[in-house]
Write a protein that binds this ligand. Structure first.
Ligand code: SAM
Length: 205
């Protein structure tokens, strides 16, 4: 998927995104946030913040910068920020693959259901590592392709179809641990059969 395709798909689904996905994504983000170590006074960047499903979960007193490259998704997040007076949240239209922040600008970073959507997921993770301080936590929520060879083959087979819906099904956890050299501390699941994983990593730089 290229950037234009992703923006088109998420621009179109921004109006019904929350009704469709909020009940799936919110509980999983909540589990990860509770384990994140994000505290009052911390600076946090959320990559691909979308409509801002996660925003109410950040502790008051931390500063959150949410970025996304799809304007219409960000507009929905802005509505939540205004409605709930989330003054500690800043929203910026930006590509996560090429962020304008200085190195080590944030204590923690988070990407919920973005890695399988981004045109260049490795670049996104590399940018998350760059802008996050050494030792800070990096939280990634996503579906990852199965380790079972048969299921992995199905994930690869169906990926061209899932891409039409705005996400790839063929991304493996190996991308994070090996290609991106991420120090993964925990892989959590809401329940044993949950297709989504919650990755708690430490920024080893
Ligand atoms: C499936 S949505 C997830 C939104 C939100 N994180 C959530 O949990 O509901 C994926 C979002 O990632 C954004 N996105 C994908 N690649 C991006 C990139 N390279 N830079 C910025 N935003 C990106 C899309 O625009 C979309 O809003």
């Amino acid at each position: 998927m290229n950037q234009q395709e992703v923006k088109k798909i998420y621009g179109r689904c921004s109006s019904f995104y929350d009704k469709t996905f909020s009940h799936i994504f919110f509980p999983r983000i909540k589990i990860g946030m509770e384990r994140s170590g994000i505290r009052k006074g911390d600076r946090v960047i959320e990559i691909g913040v979308g409509t801002g499903i996660s925003l109410s979960l950040y502790p008051l007193g931390c500063h959150v910068v949410g970025i996304d490259f799809t304007r219409k998704m960000l507009d929905k997040a802005q509505e939540k920020k205004n409605l709930h007076r989330l003054d500690h949240v800043e929203l910026i239209e930006m590509n996560a693959e090429n962020m304008t922040f200085e190195d080590n600008s944030f204590d923690h970073s988070l990407a919920a259901f973005v890695i399988t959507v981004a045109p260049n997921p490795e670049k996104v993770v590399s940018e998350m590592k760059r802008v996050t301080k050494k030792g800070g936590s990096i939280l990634i929520f996503n579906h990852f392709s199965s380790k079972n060879p048969v299921l992995a083959g199905m994930n690869r087979f169906f990926s061209p179809l899932t891409e039409k819906c705005g996400w790839r099904s063929d991304i493996t956890l190996d991308l994070l641990s090996n290609h991106c050299n991420l120090q993964i501390n925990e892989v959590l699941k809401k329940n044993r059969l949950d297709p989504y994983s919650i990755i708690i990593a430490t920024n080893n730089k």
